[in-house]
Design a protein around this ligand. Structure first.
Ligand code: R5P
Length: 263
């Protein structure tokens, strides 16, 4: 790995413990103004101090994030489909590596839709992005997206999709927690971060975080389970406690309750 790429990776996954708290706020790229992310600036600003990096699109970065922010930026560079369109998997690259460099991104992210009608196009887009990223020292995070038509998120599927992403050259893989998650982690030779998925009770989301780390994940790239909580700041603090301080799910939930009641 060249110095620039290593340096950018260290802005996403902290070198001292190999862990990462990523705040995912990129949902608008296919969902529009999702609940509690209607005004991105309002959602992002109070949470940013507790995230190592923020994952978002260039439109939201430019319009809604203070350029003096200390967080690293992971730029979502795939899109082109929407929740009301024909096929969520019909994505392409929507932002150039050059623009990501101009925006001082520490990484770029795209979704792959393994098993979908557009599997090939999204895997070739990943390959293109890795080729471009290598030229500029820009790490690529591949999201193993689960489109509407792919209901199955078991370890067999997620291990397949994650391994393919790593084989093509992704530097980090973002996937979903599932039963036997350690099998997904052990067969993927690059670090894995876990998405939170749909909003679930805070206690369950903290257990998901804890179990993911225990199975070998490097951290989380979590969105709705943080900012759709009635207490988003206590929630991200509790998640951070697990990722960076090895707290148990129980202790993190106690912290969440304590901080929420103070509010
Ligand atoms: C989906 O592909 C988006 O990239 C989100 O960033 C991802 O789903 C993580 O967010 P959440 O924790 O809300 O699932």
């Amino acid at each position: 790995m060249d110095w620039g790429l290593k340096n950018r990776m260290s802005k996403i996954i902290r070198p001292e413990n190999g862990r990462a708290v990523m705040l995912a706020v990129d949902h608008g790229y296919f969902l529009g103004p999702t609940s509690r992310l209607e005004v991105p600036r309002t959602t992002i600003a109070p949470l940013a101090p507790y995230a190592d990096s923020i994952m978002l699109t260039r439109g939201v970065l430019r319009s809604s994030v203070d350029p003096s922010i200390c967080n690293s930026i992971v730029l979502r560079v795939s899109g082109g489909a929407s929740i009301v369109g024909e096929d969520l998997s019909n994505e392409g690259i929507i932002t150039s590596v050059e623009d990501a460099l101009r925006l001082n991104a520490s990484g770029i992210a795209l979704s792959i839709f393994v098993g979908s009608k557009h599997e090939r196009q999204t895997l070739l887009a990943l390959s293109e992005l890795v080729n471009e990223g290598q030229k500029h020292g820009m790490p690529v995070l591949a999201v193993t997206a689960v489109g509407k038509e792919i209901g199955q998120k078991d370890a067999r599927y997620l291990a397949l999709a994650s391994r393919i992403a790593a084989e093509i050259g992704a530097h980090i893989v973002k996937t979903y927690y599932c039963e036997d998650f350690e099998k997904v982690v052990e067969s993927c030779p690059v670090p894995i971060v876990v998405a939170g998925g749909k909003k679930i009770p805070e206690k369950d989301a903290l257990e998901l975080t804890y179990n993911s780390l225990k199975a070998g994940a490097a951290g989380v790239d979590m969105g709705r389970n943080i900012w759709q909580s009635d207490h988003p700041v206590p929630m991200i603090k509790a998640v951070r406690e697990i990722v960076h301080k090895d707290a148990t799910a129980k202790d993190a939930y106690e912290l969440f309750k304590k901080l929420s009641s103070k509010k």
